[in-house]
Design a protein around this ligand. Sequence first.
Ligand code: AMP
Length: 117
Amino acid sequence: MSEKTLFERIIDREIPADIVHEDEICLAFKDIAPQAPFHILIIPKKPIPRLGEAGNEDQSALGHLLLTARSIASDLGLSDKEKGFRIVINNGNDGGETVPHLHVHLIGGRALNWPPG
Ligand code: AMP
């Protein structure tokens, strides 16, 4: 069996994290190196390495990650058009992925630049 990823170890409570949401399908916790006042990672409990390796069978889990991000953004008061937030999924080396367990970044609390670096 392959070694657990960092995020699987967080799911299994082997590594501490500041968890803000958990349900049967996903876990959400604060990023350890926040890039904005609010920076939350939403991950599926199923160890999908990255979006590029998700399958059609993952459709409902992928939708769930986005809807969970929406709910957390709302709880943080970021949903209004006057505020706002950004969702990011880094995929592979050129995409800036550093942890091979699919994760949705929810970033907000300041005006974000575009295009990203
Ligand atoms: P990515 O670069 O898209 O793969 O994102 C990985 C993210 O995981 C980065 O933003 C890291 O700051 C974050 N990260 C790494 N280790 C931890 C940890 N132990 N707890 C919370 N976030 C982490």
